[in-house]
Design a binder for this molecule. Structure first.
Ligand code: ATP
Ligand code: MG
Length: 382
């Protein structure tokens, strides 16, 4: 199939808050690089509002308000609507048709086994009242990915079980109904620290829902204050104590963000992160110096992002227009896939001339037989 040879990227975010630096290193930074590398034939970036509603049905205003925030963060980070299609999930209803078909190909127990969903369920404390839509969101994510024939999905580590579940659906569908859907490949950040950036509180993942984030749009002072109050190594009580850099969020953030140029610019007494780490582990290096450096690094990365955001904030109608146009473009692409899927499933009744002809012939034959029988009986009873 011609389309399957293309390199197509799809990824997205839930509009449950502004984007944070975990999103940036986990996926957003990579998207911008891929966009600018021109290595892709098509790039789709989705604001997953329908997915966000699965655990926010009582708080629709939050989702509604954050669509524009996420769009602004995209543009601020450097995504270019001339190169990538940015769209809103609910405005592409084709995705929900695919979701319905795919739901028949997964079992409830498989959905309950998804490790990311399991930990998210625990975090959200739904108890006995788990929304069915939330449990099934990996299926709708499979629809999102396959609708665009995406073969590359740049995401953080928490998304690995989703891509696995997506591919199970792809294989099941293709084996039942013939080769129709495209296999997806996860693209994790090369830098290990970026795959699951911890929260400023030291919790395993920086997450909008946990409130332990540094946002891309936070101002310089907020970022500095957040960094200065960050969790570090609890055993590093005095400056002269040897410290641990592993599982220490400050060093994890530095691994994700600091370049050798940052050392030259802000902390020239160390050549690179390895040299800084070695000193911290030896003892004699205080947290304040390391944190001050991290704040400088983050602000250096975030300054151009903040400035670009301000420019786009001055034209909100233009940003909505961009989302509307992107959604129409995405819908046209998803429609092609839906037509292919309908054909594979045999639910393409109205365009299938052969089916209409075959059924028409069969019923004509049946009617003719009935007429003949009636005529025979009438003659016989005369
Ligand atoms: P929510 O709490 O509403 O689920 P979230 O902060 O987990 O929000 P998502 O919108 O679910 O954000 O995730 C969007 C993308 O960002 C995904 O590719 C995900 O893997 C990535 N991502 C989210 N948090 C992190 C993180 N802390 N480190 C690396 N990548 C992350
Ligand atoms: Mg999430």
């Amino acid at each position: 199939m011609e389309e399957q040879k293309k390199r197509i990227m799809l990824t997205g975010d839930r509009p449950t808050g502004r984007l944070h630096i975990g999103h940036y290193v986990g996926s957003l930074r990579r998207r911008v690089e891929l966009q600018n590398s021109n290595a892709f034939d098509e790039c789709y970036i989705m604001i997953a509002d329908t997915q966000a509603l699965t655990d926010n049905s009582g708080n629709v205003q939050k989702v509604r308000d954050n669509v524009i925030e996420v769009a602004l963060d995209y543009l601020a980070a450097g995504l270019d609507p001339n190169k990538v299609t940015i769209f809103v999930q609910s405005r592409v209803p084709e995705l929900f048709e695919l979701t319905c078909y795919y739901l028949d190909l997964v079992t409830l127990s498989r959905l309950e086994r998804n490790p990311t969903v399991k930990s998210e369920l625990q975090m959200r404390q739904f108890g006995e009242s788990i929304p069915a839509g939330f449990l099934c969101y990996p299926v709708s994510q499979a629809a999102d990915i396959t609708a665009f024939d995406a073969n590359i999905v740049p995401v953080g580590e928490d998304q690995a079980p989703m891509i696995e579940q997506c591919n199970e659906i792809v294989h099941k569908f293709n084996s039942l109904y013939g080769e129709t859907l495209t296999h997806a490949n996860i693209m994790l950040p090369e830098n290990e620290a970026s795959r699951r950036l911890p929260g400023t509180d030291g919790k395993a993942k920086m997450s909008k829902s946990l409130g332990n984030c540094i946002y891309l749009s936070d101002d310089e002072k907020t970022v500095t204050n957040q960094v200065m109050s960050m969790f570090t190594d609890p055993t590093h009580l005095r400056v002269e104590d040897p410290g641990h850099t592993e599982n220490n969020p400050v060093f994890i953030y530095l691994s994700a963000f600091a370049t050798d140029e940052h050392f030259k610019k802000f902390l020239p007494q160390y050549e690179n992160l390895d040299a800084l780490k070695a000193h911290y582990e030896r003892g004699g290096l205080g947290d304040v110096i390391v944190k001050r450096f991290l704040a400088q690094v983050l602000n250096d990365v975030l300054t151009p992002i903040r400035e670009r955001r301000k420019q786009y904030e001055a034209d909100i109608p233009g940003v909505y227009k961009m989302l509307e146009e992107g959604s129409l473009k995405a819908q046209a692409k998803a429609h092609e896939t839906v037509m292919r899927v309908r054909r594979a499933l045999g639910v393409n009744y109205f365009e299938d001339r052969k089916l209409i002809e075959k059924q028409s012939k069969a019923f004509k034959k049946k009617l003719a037989e009935e007429e003949a029988r009636k005529a025979y009986l009438a003659k016989k009873n005369k």
